[in-house]
Write a protein that binds this ligand. Structure first.
Ligand code: MN
Length: 451
């Protein structure tokens, strides 16, 4: 007799699917088989049983220029849970002069008391940390503390690493057995183009896209891939949205470079002309910018062909008021989608015939678990964490701010109807969403030490 058995579902993993029961003891999966008996039984008839979604790129209660992103660790992780995501990875941003371990302890504690689901943290290496060689001595201890991945930037004042600093940081991370996640855009050239546009009086949101051309994303990816290879550091390119960057990733992989690419719903479903160039274009400012419909299609194809490997959200929500600025260069960047990610990719990917069910599970869960070192997550097998979604593929959900738990008060996907939505969600064996209602408690989530 197991603690809990999920009956009659179609169990879908990265490698295949099987109609079977799944049994849980405590926090772990105990067995997959037929006629399993449990003290508690959940019927998954007509539903998929999949590993909980993993969103390895979110920004909850993130301070930026006097603002804080709209979702707290509580509201953001409750929204994630309701959408079938059971693990997120957020960020630590050490301040000038602050030790990375101190910043990690602080951010970890801030999140831990609030989170509805498990979480990890990426360690940011800002400009000042890379500039002081002895600061990087701390990298090994940060890896040891369960923070396996380091965030680096090729753009943004205060964050940017020039090629020398980037190589130095990549080498330190590679030697410590860590890995690097990267914001790839050629920042100094973008800054010049943005200043030129402003000087000519171009302040509208569409200029956000005009001044961040795809070539300057792709050339940054190219340089970073070469530097990561020299440094011996695995590299993961965040939020790829243009065909040119995918081509650089493919070429680098053909040369044997250890590089992965991630995209996000906004680069699959939204485009610059219609959204950034439309009414309320400021809402759609995020970096890299939205691209073209042609690029959207290229991202779907790249996902299907394993040229891109993960769909995260880069969830970085701001209210409409916060995003309303007269000048495109001062709009806080980012869009929300932490809750609808799994269903958006199911509806627009699987239902549209672009992705198989297995590929959907890979890009929304299994691959991120593997690359990010989330042991025991992203798979349904005995011994793994019982992070599980019972997903009803026939449930029609109307997406709008009041049907979601996100706090921004708007969503880029408002008015969309998706077919397929999570019914019940388990986090380490505990039912935290039941019949689409959140029934867990904030603070349930734990920091996951990644290795
Ligand atoms: Mn981001």
């Amino acid at each position: 007799m197991y603690d809990l058995v999920i009956r009659n579902g179609l169990i879908i993993g990265a490698d295949g699917k099987i109609a079977a029961d799944l049994a849980i003891d405590g926090e772990r999966i105990a067995a997959i088989g037929t006629r399993l008996e449990g003290r508690r039984v959940l019927d998954a008839g007509g539903c998929y049983v999949i590993p909980g979604g993993i969103d390895p790129h979110v920004h909850l209660q993130m301070p930026l220029a006097g603002l804080v992103s709209s979702d707290s660790f509580t509201s953001g992780t409750v929204a994630a849970a309701c959408g079938g995501t059971t693990t997120i990875i957020d960020f630590v941003e050490p301040q000038p002069g602050q030790f990375m371990l101190e910043a990690l302890a602080w951010r970890r504690a801030e999140a831990a008391e609030q989170v509805a689901i498990d979480f990890g943290l990426h360690m940011t290496i800002p400009t000042w940390h890379a500039a002081e060689a002895d600061r990087l001595d701390e990298v090994a201890a940060v890896v040891e503390a369960g923070c396996l991945s380091f965030k680096m930037y090729q753009a943004y004042a205060g964050m940017i690493l020039d090629d020398v600093s980037l190589l130095r940081a990549l080498t330190a991370v590679g030697q410590a057995g860590g890995r690097t996640v990267l914001h790839s855009e050629t920042g100094p050239v973008l800054d010049m183009l943005r200043e030129e546009a402003r000087a000519e009086g171009h302040l509208e949101p569409i200029w956000h896209a005009y001044t961040r051309p795809a070539q300057l994303e792709a050339s940054a990816v190219h340089r970073a891939a070469e530097l990561a290879d020299l440094a011996g550091c695995p590299l993961y390119i965040f939020h790829v949205g243009c065909r040119e960057s995918v081509e650089e990733i493919i070429k680098a992989r053909h040369r044997g470079i250890d590089i992965w690419g991630e995209t996000c719903p906004q680069y699959l479903l939204l485009n610059a002309e219609e959204h950034l160039g439309g009414l309320n274009g400021e809402l759609y400012v995020c970096a890299p910018p939205l691209r073209s419909i042609d690029d959207n299609q290229a991202m779907w194809l790249a996902l299907a062909q394993n040229d891109l490997h993960v769909v995260s959200t880069d969830h970085c929500p701001w209210t409409k008021e916060e995003k309303r600025r007269d000048d495109f260069t001062s709009i806080p960047g980012g869009v929300p989608s932490i809750e609808a990610r799994l269903s958006l990719i199911h509806h627009m990917g699987v239902n549209a015939g672009l992705l198989t069910l297995e590929r959907w599970v890979q890009v929304c869960s299994t691959n991120a678990a593997r690359w990010m070192g989330l042991k025991g997550k992203g798979r349904l097998a005995p011994g793994c964490d019982a992070d599980i979604v019972i997903f009803d593929p026939a449930r029609v959900k109307y997406i709008a701010p009041d049907t979601l738990h996100e706090a921004a008060g708007w969503t880029p996907y408002e008015g969309m109807e998706v077919t397929g939505w999570p019914r019940t969600v388990l986090s380490r064996g505990a039912v935290i969403v039941e019949d689409e209602q959140y029934v867990g408690h904030p603070g349930h989530g734990r920091f996951v030490e990644r290795s």
